[in-house]
Design a protein. Structure first.
Length: 270
């Protein structure tokens, strides 16, 4: 069993395909979907599937589905029990109580964080980033615990996982690989974690960090980060990776006061 840490970036798919190809079972990090196998088997078009599920990453999802269709003879599964419980809560009004309470708490903190931007109060936003991040780390831990239990009996499986699910491989006692690190090695660089990744890692593993500085840097990082989906223009082009790593190098040089000045430059009313 091998956990493949990745993110929904088109440039990651060539490496994801390589990992998937060397395993008999492929496990995607998503809740079960009635239309998924219809799309894989060609009963519906990939375009229809992508539009129907309303993904925030339509370009990536479409290309992922086309890639999965090429992997003949593999058992492909969707396993994400936490998110399945979230869907039950939304659609049926009932589900796992732990998930219900976690979603209620995390969503309330996220709303509190986003609403704090209305005041343009840097100190308050930094504090609320950390409150939300701590709760998000707890949600990630619960997701990993539930997912690991559902996966524990699999063999020779490639497990897709988001970059912040740091403990999943450890819980499963599985090998792991991080696709951004593969890209970094390909271009002769060292992968640098974003401030947000550092915050979540520290909360999950209960490590000491300068949390206020990381939150301040993360605020600048997310402000400047390109939000639209980008596609490589040529083989060896990694647009998301290059932009994100350039931003990490930039914000890693900022002290708290410089972050505060930049925040007001970007967010204060003109």
């Amino acid at each position: 069993m091998k956990v493949v840490y990745t993110s929904p970036r088109v440039e990651n798919l060539q490496f994801l395909k390589s990992e998937f190809s060397s395993h008999d079972v492929i496990v995607l990090e998503e809740p079960k979907n009635d239309l998924f196998y219809d799309a894989l088997e060609g009963k519906i078009t990939v375009d229809f599937y992508v539009k129907k599920i309303g993904t925030p990453y339509p370009l990536y999802t479409g290309k992922l589905m086309e890639m999965l269709k090429e992997l003949r003879g593999k058992e492909i599964m969707q396993v994400e029990p936490y998110l399945e419980e979230v869907e039950k809560l939304k659609n049926l009004g009932e589900g796992d109580e732990r998930v219900k309470e976690m979603e209620k708490r995390v969503n309330a903190l996220y709303i509190d964080y986003t609403e704090s931007f209305l005041k343009v109060d840097f100190e308050e936003i930094v504090e609320k980033i950390l409150r939300f991040s701590k709760a998000e780390a707890e949600r990630i831990a619960l997701r990993d615990e539930m997912r690991a239990k559902a996966l524990e009996n699999l063999d020779n499986a490639a497990i897709e996982a988001g970059m912040n699910h740091f403990k999943l491989a450890e819980i499963l006692d599985a090998k792991s690989v991080r696709i951004p690190e593969i890209i970094a090695e390909r271009i002769g660089a060292r992968y640098l974690e974003s401030p947000g990744e550092k915050i979540l890692r520290a909360f999950i593993f209960k490590e000491d960090e300068d949390f206020k500085l990381l939150a301040a840097r993360n605020l600048i990082f997310t402000t400047l980060l390109e939000k639209r989906e980008m596609e490589p223009d040529f083989d060896g082009d990694f647009p998301h990776f290059m932009q994100e790593q350039k931003l990490v190098r930039f914000v890693d040089k900022l002290d708290y006061e410089k972050c505060k000045k930049l925040f007001h430059k970007f967010w204060s009313p003109k």
